[in-house]
Design a protein around this ligand. Sequence first.
Ligand SMILES: Cc1ncc(COP(=O)(O)O)c(C=O)c1O
Length: 340
Amino acid sequence: MIDLRSDTVTKPTHAMRQAAFDAQVGDDVYEEDPSVKELEDKAAEMLGKESALFVTSGTQGNQIAILTHCTPGSEVIMGENAHLFVYEGAAMSAFAGIQSRTLPAKRGALDPEDVRAAIRPEDIHFPETSLICLENTHNKAGGVVVPLGNMQDIYDVAREHGVPVHLDGARLFNASVASGVSLKRYADQTDTVQVCLSKGLGAPMGSIIAGPTAFIQRARKWRKRLGGGLRQVGMVAAPGLVALTEMVDRLKEDHEHADRLAAGIEAVDGLVLEEKVETNMVLINVKEAGHDADSFLTELEEEGIKAVKYGPYTVRFVTHYDVSGEEIDIAVERIQKRFG
Ligand SMILES: Cc1ncc(COP(=O)(O)O)c(C=O)c1O
């Protein structure tokens, strides 16, 4: 099976498994796990932030950031298709007592003037605007890179109004490799950032939240409250360090594969690319080919290929470490034969 559902299906590399085996460990709730410390220090350095915290998942990282930034009854601004809004089970309402204020987003980017207009003035009737959340790359928009300039403009507005900015950078590594803009420059346009080790970088689990030391100390407490204070967790932090040191630059291969896959699929009459490919995602509209997403995916699976439904007529393919260039060519050949 050629599994193109998500980059989350990647399995840990040999080096990651070896690192887990060899890891020095301690009790991380006592902050005594050297492998966790090494991972957090490396992540903080790469992101240009004072401190970092290892958390179990991207969702936990985002939610801890929200819990740390916001008070119950306040409002968080985000794009209408943000992962935080669509795919996190309304966790911010359930746990943090937050109201979400969604804004239209064009290719994942909010309009800075919309953000300015959405920030609430002080008034007894209004919730306080406690946070602005951005996402880069943008998942629902098809893995597009949100331009650095757009982030800068939003950060300027945010600082003018004293509202912090959090970046859901689950795939910030893909954005950086695709655009040539460093992780630090992106992270500089935010107060805090969450990055995933277990997407394109292939680690078995984990994410990082990075930001000012005082913020990370408070986030550590939220992590503990949520049951995310783990003990000898260096066993999985060590593969995370391999992810940061060995797996970032190779993301360009995934991006080339996505380009190749998109070109091959687009060559089929009726299969229409919905968004220009910029990183490792390909969104295809299958309506003109006489399909809906479900029927297309059923036939695709009969060809030994998996992708996911992303709308009634939209199918998403994601390239990753566990799918080789040869497999991409095989996938294209089978798609062209079946749907062409
Ligand atoms: C943009 C974005 N943010 C956050 C997450 C959540 O990550 P996790 O699945 O590790 O909770 C994902 C997962 O796909 C994502 O795409």
